[in-house]
Write a protein that binds this ligand. Structure first.
Ligand code: ATP
Ligand code: MG
Length: 682
């Protein structure tokens, strides 16, 4: 039987003051108390305390320190609380069920107040009612228990047993809330990453494969492979859930100088390597370039011009068709063509002469048809090289009369690997010769550099080195296909080992393709695919007010209209209010963990989160607020980290391994009996 802790003593504004009468209980911020009436429970949450010892005139206190001066003088202590929830039972033909609402009236003065206490049967019952009552009114189709209700703050691990109600789970239908975007916010160390890992683990354990996940791993936390790591538990969880038989976990670790493939178990594919630049195009780059829109379109025009030259090269058979395909795919310039542009500046334009009289050839064409002058060309050259982390290397070619210097690309420090055709000077000479010949053909302007290139091209050279035309081992189209397939999968994109500019290009490229493919498919067709959850840390990096104004920002586009196409963001941030206001309002689910940031505290207070409690929360303790529950109020929860499931998963997993072994053992025995009989017959 639960002991009362006090009485409702007074009301003032929205606060309910509880006079504490218990000798052993002192109110603690975040504690949940209840008042029981004939037909309902009213839940109160402690957001502060007040108390005083009425001080007697000093004349009475003769010897203040020799004996307790306040002996026999009444002390008062109040818990300052707010109305939290009201739970009542509703009877219908099918039975009785709890309904949870936001209370509109205070409990009567003088009501007895109890503390929600683990182990007390009434408290357990109330928390279970709360768990059932906050669910959406209609039964959830595929509920996933993402959190445990909590009745206070466990400042020490040992207190968790008193405050967390593991049996009163918060169930949500992830596939419904994902496309409406989820924001996870809290200061560093508050548990954002480990909570999300916990939620994904639960999904693997309990759900149908109705979501695909793209986890952008900026710090290399999700892709760690060792015993009891997130990835380890995830694959065990998948193996325990029969629905997930066909789920694949694909881990891509991007690195500039290592290529490998591992398959640590049947569910995980782990590919380490670099990206083939053929897969990147100017639109991918546009999303990260901090250029005015006019300059981006100018750069696009430049790419188009060179693309057109390649079309002529193709039509006139000036190069093998496979070579042209390296630079132009589906009539669009590839990343290899982007890598070629700086080489056009260095090897061709530089020698054409840029003064008024002598200019003719490629530079003249660029200047006349698109109006890009040499200064801008040099700027674009620098931008392309630095963003793709490519370097120029100067090579000397031996000729009959001496040496010719030619600039080629060095991609050794980049995660983007380009084609041998721009890295090897002899192949590059062929490409440049073909392009200038094509230019001559269509514009009748002969570049002064063409004759020099032709001479070089005619020299005998070693052709044997052309073994492979393409660079890196990871093809972004494959990544995209996994995410837009009917079969759901988990893709972890670990970009922690490459510089952030390269990481941004990779991330934006994958996401833009996934999004545009779904837009192209249309709303109806995309709705047949599994929903896509894009888990991304450091959300303000791309969702801040300045960044969201760019039409190329795919994160902002997804935040605004991803829902129609079944794509939702799970954005993780230390400070929510750094995200642009309108975009922030698009997040229908908020997971708010510990924070001391004042503008965030204000923001959360306005949406009904008792912000007084936010500063003192423990790791992964917080409020979950989602428009999808029947109660549109923040629910106090503990979101278990992935490691909270270690015991359960390990036990179930070894059980399943044992079962499998004994099944195989039985199989072997049966087989040997049968074969013995067969043997007898023969
Ligand atoms: N395997 C584990 N077992 C127990 N506790 C852990 C484990 N891994 C992490 N934690 C604890 O969880 C807490 C929160 O970690 P988490 O990385 O989720 O925070 P975060 O909010 O993502 O922080 P940041 O903003 O710095 O990324 C840490 O204080 C850490 O001590
Ligand atoms: Mg983190």
């Amino acid at each position: 039987m639960n002991e009362p802790v006090g009485y409702v003593y007074s009301w003032s504004d929205q606060y309910i003051y509880v006079l504490i009468t218990s000798d052993i209980y002192k109110p603690s911020i975040g504690d949940i108390m209840y008042v029981k009436t004939s037909d309902r429970y009213v839940l109160l949450q402690v957001i502060g305390y007040e108390g005083e010892v009425p001080v007697p005139p000093s004349s009475i206190v003769k010897e203040p320190y020799s004996k307790p001066p306040l002996y026999s003088i009444a002390k008062t202590m109040y818990a300052k609380t707010i109305l939290f929830f009201e739970i009542r039972m509703i009877k219908t033909e099918t039975g009785e069920y709890p309904v949870v609402t936001k209370p509109t009236q205070p409990p009567s003065l003088d009501s007895i107040v109890y503390l929600i206490t683990r182990g007390d049967s009434e408290s357990e019952k109330i928390m279970n009612y709360l768990s059932q009552g906050v669910k959406a009114v209609k039964e959830l189709s595929e509920p996933v228990p993402v959190a445990w209700l909590r009745s206070g703050v466990a400042s020490l691990d040992i207190l968790r047993r008193e405050k967390y109600f593991e049996n009163a789970k918060l169930l949500v239908d992830l596939k419904t809330i994902v496309p409406k975007h989820i924001l996870v916010t809290g200061q560093t160390g508050s548990g954002k990453t480990t909570s999300i890992m916990g939620i994904v683990t639960q999904w693997c354990l309990r759900s149908e494969p109705n979501i695909s996940w793209l986890i952008i791993d900026r710090h290399g936390e999700y892709s760690i492979w060792r015993n009891n790591s997130f990835l380890d538990l995830l694959s065990k969880a998948v193996s325990l859930n029969r629905n997930m038989d066909s789920l694949e976990i694909n881990v891509y670790v991007l690195e500039s100088s290592r290529e490998s493939f591992e398959k640590p178990n049947q569910f995980i594919n782990r590919l380490t390597g670099s990206i083939d630049l053929t897969n990147i195009d100017i639109s991918d780059l546009a999303s990260i370039l901090e250029l005015p829109i006019e300059q981006i379109s100018e750069l696009e025009e430049l790419v188009n011009l060179v693309t057109n030259l390649f079309e002529v090269v193709k039509d006139s058979n000036l190069l093998p068709i496979e070579w042209v395909n390296v630079f132009v795919k589906d009539s669009e310039g590839t990343g290899n063509l982007l890598a070629l542009i700086p080489l056009l500046v260095d090897n061709v334009i530089r020698y054409e002469g840029i003064g008024e009289r002598e200019k003719k050839g490629l530079y003249e064409t660029i200047l006349r048809t698109i109006g890009i002058n040499i200064h801008r060309l040099r700027m674009y050259r620098r931008i392309l090289l630095s963003n793709l982390s490519l370097r120029i290397e100067r090579k000397n070619l031996k000729t009959q009369t001496g040496y010719e210097t030619i600039s080629v690309i060095d991609d050794s420090n980049s995660v983007f690997k380009t084609t041998i055709l721009v890295k090897n000077p002899w192949f590059l000479v062929k490409v440049l010769t073909a392009l200038l010949s094509a230019l001559n053909k269509i514009r009748g302007t002969s570049s002064p550099v063409l004759s020099k290139l032709k001479i070089l091209d005619s020299l005998k050279q070693d052709e044997n080195i052309l073994q492979k035309l393409y660079g890196g081992s990871i093809n972004l189209d494959n990544v995209v296909n996994k995410l837009n397939s009917d079969r759901s999968s988990i893709v972890i994109l670990d970009v922690s080992k490459i510089p952030s500019v390269q990481a941004d290009i990779v991330v934006m490229s994958v996401l833009r393709r996934v999004f545009e493919q779904r837009v192209y498919m249309g709303v109806d067709k995309s709705s047949m695919l599994p929903k896509l959850a894009v888990v991304s840390e450091e959300a303000p990096l791309y969702l801040n007010p300045e960044k969201v104004s760019s039409p190329y920002n795919v994160f902002a586009r997804i935040a605004r209209e991803g829902r129609k196409f079944g794509i939702g963001l799970i954005a993780i941030t230390q400070i929510a209010t750094e995200i642009e206001k309108q975009i922030l309002a698009n997040f229908n689910t908020l997971i708010v963990l510990r924070t001391k940031h004042s503008s965030d505290l204000n923001y959360f207070k306005n949406i009904g989160i008792p912000s007084e409690t936010l500063t003192s929360l423990g790791d992964r303790e917080g409020y979950l607020y989602t428009s999808d529950l029947s109660v549109k109020e923040p629910i106090p929860v503990y979101i278990p980290g992935y490691f909270d499931y270690i015991d359960y998963i390990t036990e179930e997993y070894s059980k399943s391994v044992r079962e499998k072994e004994s099944f195989e053992e039985t199989g072997r025995k049966v087989f040997s009996i049968i074969s013995r009989r067969e043997g007898v017959k023969q």
